[in-house]
Design a protein around this ligand. Structure first.
Ligand SMILES: *[C@@H]1O[C@H](CO)[C@@H](O)[C@H](O)[C@H]1NC(C)=O
Ligand SMILES: *[C@@H]1O[C@H](CO)[C@@H](O)[C@H](O)[C@H]1NC(C)=O
Ligand SMILES: *[C@@H]1O[C@H](CO)[C@@H](O)[C@H](O)[C@H]1NC(C)=O
Ligand SMILES: *[C@@H]1O[C@H](CO)[C@@H](O)[C@H](O)[C@H]1NC(C)=O
Length: 387
């Protein structure tokens, strides 16, 4: 038939007007098809008959308003409005919401009231608000909550960092007991009791598989980290991040706990006597250590410390003002508070807190979870599996 389409063939004999209306009809059909496909695709997003859970990435919840936990609490004395301002500002810039739990400031009155040694009062002042947060989780039946101290700073990429930790927290327990198949709603998996994301030192459980991210540009080189209480886990180095099940940790700058964990913490805390003077991080670490709680953490810490530029009160005397004019972030690579002005100005890049960062300026929108793999040893030797 194609051979017939030659000069003078029937095709060319179609009169001009008829050809035009044919073209118009085809154009009309094409537009109709386009419109239909647009409408159809638009419907998939809002379709009532498509369950959102079926198309949603299970890790998506980590990017929600509470970082994939049910609640986020920040412990802060009502008097520390400067710190509350900083927490509200930084969390709004990062895209999550924080509720406050009142902390205490050290005052002569409370010392008189309790008639304890100064050390005891200090331990009480620091630890009791943590116990109050835990109590609130149990009382309100909250499935999981992240608890923050108020002098912290975090990496602007914390949602991606948490997604990386979630990969580890989901997969590490599967190596240890592959047959377990309980399911919960947590994007961090169903095995964890504690995700200790803000610390000043951890000790990995020797029998736990380790999640390694060899090229994480947000991992602060060890020499820039504030003093940690424990040596870095074996195998860490510049721009290497690792996550593991932990045996111990120090400092309670930020940690997520489940309802079940909160009950156990409260039980252990009620068993303490006044003479114990145990501070909260030690209590929590003890429960991780003796196997009461399954605790996971990331090295280096995902949360650093922030020192505000405003006047600081010395802890010895509430009235005494110590001059500290410079605000300062320590322990995180792309500080949220350190970059807050750039972020609010709508700049798309943030700056690293150290001069010799591999990526001195980063566009956070382009940061993805770095490649990671699990490493473990069993009777048959060493193993490695990409995540
Ligand atoms: C965020 O996700 C977690 C886990 O799925 C859920 O429990 C929590 O309610 C969500 N928060 C919000 C504000 O949607
Ligand atoms: C506080 O306790 C000490 C001994 O533990 C006691 O000697 C002292 O009188 C007490 N002070 C007050 C104000 O109760
Ligand atoms: C896992 O699921 C299977 C079937 O789906 C069930 O037979 C088994 O008891 C479950 N194991 C655990 C530990 O819940
Ligand atoms: C761990 O320690 C806590 C508090 O000291 C205690 O209540 C709990 O029974 C211990 N758990 C185990 C498994 O030893």
């Amino acid at each position: 038939m194609a051979a017939m389409i030659t000069p003078g063939s029937p095709v060319r004999l179609v009169p001009g007007t008829r050809r035009r209306s044919l073209n118009l009809a085809i154009l009309f059909l094409v537009i109709l098809a386009l419109l239909w496909s647009l409408l159809f695709h638009g419907n998939i997003g809002h379709g009532r008959n498509v369950k959102p859970d079926e198309i949603r990435d299970p890790f998506d919840a980590i990017a929600n308003n509470t970082l994939g936990f049910e609640k986020i609490f920040a412990i802060s004395p009502v008097q520390r409005l400067d710190r509350r301002d900083a927490i509200v500002l930084a969390s709004s810039a990062t895209g999550f919401h924080v509720d406050f739990i009142d902390g205490f400031v050290l005052e002569e009155d409370s010392a008189k009231g309790l008639n304890e040694s100064k050390k005891g009062v200090e331990a009480f002042t620091a630890s009791r608000p943590h116990a109050n947060a835990v109590q609130r989780i149990v009382a309100a039946g909250i499935a999981s909550a992240l608890i923050l101290e108020d002098d912290i700073d975090w990496d602007i990429n914390i949602k991606m960092q948490l997604k990386g930790l979630a990969l580890g927290a989901q997969q590490i327990p599967r190596i240890n007991s592959p047959e377990s198949n309980a399911t919960t709603d947590s994007p961090y998996g169903d095995s964890w009791d504690v995700l200790w994301i803000g610390h000043c030192g951890i000790k990995c459980d020797g029998s736990s598989p380790i999640q390694l991210m060899p090229h994480d540009i947000t991992a602060m080189p060890s020499r820039y980290l504030p003093p940690y209480s424990y040596d870095p886990p074996a195998g860490t180095g510049n721009n290497v991040r690792m996550a593991c099940m932990i045996e111990k940790a120090a400092c309670s700058a930020a940690y997520a706990i489940t309802y079940r964990a909160s009950q156990k913490i409260l039980a252990a805390s009620t068993r303490l006597t006044d003479d114990d003077n145990m501070d909260f991080p030690d209590l929590l670490s003890g429960l991780c250590h003796n196997g009461s709680l399954e605790c996971y953490s990331s090295y280096p810490s995902l949360v650093g410390r922030w020192k505000g530029g405003r006047k600081e009160y010395s802890s010895d005397n509430d009235q005494q003002v110590v001059n500290s004019p410079m605000s300062h972030s320590s322990g995180v690579m792309y500080s949220t508070l350190g970059n807050i002005e750039h972020i609010l100005d709508g700049e798309c890049a943030v700056r690293a807190t150290i001069d010799d960062a591999i990526v001195p300026e980063l566009i956070p929108d382009l940061f993805e979870v770095p490649h990671s793999f699990l490493q473990w040893t069993d009777k048959r030797g060493g193993h490695e599996r990409a995540l």
